[in-house]
Design a protein around this ligand. Structure first.
Ligand code: PLP
Length: 443
């Protein structure tokens, strides 16, 4: 099932046919124009049909289809790696490339297992993850995903993963007051590690800002530092899944930079090459890489198209534009403005319970009642109705459901390109306001 059909509930046969893109807009073959207000699923970091990126890809392909990573390095791969490591900080030292977020997470899980094996501690094989999270579609990545609807048909074949609560200040776990939430969650993680036995636990994986599984949920301040401290104390690796929230989407290159926390392993994809060619990466902290390389000679995860030359050229061109045009500064400042504008324009809807996020990753949560935060019935499919209305009105946003009790809950993700203009952001806000009004009136 394509993301689009999954996202907005069209049958595959009903989808419009894409013709072309230009900056923040897409056009179908009927001539309809769509403002890309969510990068599809938060992937398109610099908009569409960028001539510089396309020229870089074309020039690279004119040289070679692909220099197979395990026989050759390439100028594009080396320059991209240098840029990524510079942005991540020098504590990171090794990158395994791939073609998707799922593969990047899959590799991150395997890196954790290999690291403990390299240290002669192969009993450490269990993962702890969080409820209301999404880490990907492959069986390993799905195993650590707390996303009931996407897991259900595969449940019996998934890894035995332990889950702890999501870090959601709007819907705090255990009913804890906001001020105590971080302590509650850190204690819960520690108890989980102790219950499984630290000698069994390889890693804890989490999204610094939850994407599709929660409708954008930034963890409360102090959470990342608290879980890192627990993990360090018990010899458990910290894996940050920054597939959606990283590569600059939250206004810093690493989403966790905001918290001053460095994970042991990190997964990125989506915005890295901005959708021009599929590209993901698993990034290892120096000590993790050195331990594995000393014991085994190589990181035992990789794919035929790891470090595909044209994908690296695309990623490099996208990232150079982001740097040259100071787009992370833009995301930080315009992100504040966009979030405020959304809050102001949507305030009039009693059904809008929360507007939250960081940078250009913003979530809007809909509730039946602002005080009780009661969600809408699942059958109403409110988020999908809003997204479908928006699509008909020429705006792409990303609907999410299921973050309340695994089945209910409606949110809309807004995640425009980092270089969307002020006028495009205003259009996004007004079209979304109109679409929400229509959806609420119609259902
Ligand atoms: N991790 C997160 C946080 C995601 O949001 C996604 C996709 O939405 C993935 C992993 C999987 O990425 P992909 O769909 O590129 O395999």
């Amino acid at each position: 099932m394509s993301t689009a059909s999954r996202a907005i509930g069209f049958g595959l046969g009903d989808l419009p046919r894409i013709a072309r893109g230009a900056g923040s807009y897409l056009f179908d073959t009927e001539g309809r124009r769509y403002l890309d207000g969510s990068g599809g699923p938060a992937a398109f970091s610099i908009g569409h049909a960028n001539a510089e990126v396309n020229a870089a890809i074309t020039a690279q392909l004119a040289q070679v289809a692909c220099g197979y990573r395990y026989l050759f390095t390439s100028a594009a791969l080396e320059a991209l790696s240098e840029l990524i490591l510079r942005n991540c900080g020098r504590e990171f030292a090794h990158i395994v490339y791939c073609s998707s977020g799922s593969e990047a997470v899959e590799s991150a899980l395997k890196v954790a297992l290999q690291y403990w094996d390299a240290r002669g501690m192969g009993t450490k094989h269990r993962f702890i993850a969080r409820e209301r999270s999404y880490h990907g579609s492959t069986l390993g990545a799905l195993s650590v995903s707390g996303f009931l609807e996407r897991r259900r048909p595969f449940e019996r074949s998934l890894l035995d993963v332990a889950f702890v609560s999501s870090a959601n200040a709007y819907r705090p776990a255990g009913g804890s007051a906001a001020a105590q939430l971080v302590d509650y969650l850190a204690r819960e993680l520690e108890e989980c590690i102790q219950r499984l036995g630290p000698e069994q636990v390889a890693a804890f994986i989490f999204e610094p800002v939850v994407g599709a599984a929660g409708g954008v949920v930034p963890a409360p301040s102090g959470y990342a530092a608290a879980v890192k401290e627990v993990c360090e104390r018990h010899g458990v690796l910290l894996i940050a899944d920054e597939v959606m929230c990283g590569s600059g989407r939250c206004g810093t290159w690493r989403a966790l930079e905001h918290e001053g926390v460095r994970p042991d392993v990190m997964a990125v994809a989506k915005g890295l090459a901005g959708g021009y060619i599929p590209l993901g990466a698993t990034i290892l902290r120096k000590e993790i890489a050195e331990t594995i390389l000393a014991a085994h000679g190589s990181v035992l995860t990789g794919y035929t198209y790891s470090g595909h030359t044209a994908a690296c050229a695309a990623g490099l061109a996208v990232q150079r534009i982001i740097e040259r045009e100071a787009l992370l500064d833009r995301v930080r400042t315009a992100g504040h403005t966009l979030q405020s504008a959304l809050r102001a324009s949507l305030e009039r809807f009693e059904e809008v319970g929360d507007v939250r996020g960081r940078g250009f990753l913003i979530g809007i949560e809909f509730v039946r009642d602002r005080i009780t935060k009661l969600p809408f019935p699942r059958e109403r499919a409110l988020s999908h109705t809003i997204a479908r209305r928006a699509f008909q009105n020429g705006l792409i946003v990303y609907p999410c459901a299921g973050h309340v009790g695994g089945v209910m809950g409606d949110t809309i993700i807004v995640a425009p390109p980092y270089n969307a203009s002020d006028a495009e952001l205003s259009e996004l806000v007004s079209t979304l306001e109109l679409s929400i009004a229509e959806a609420l009136a119609s259902s």
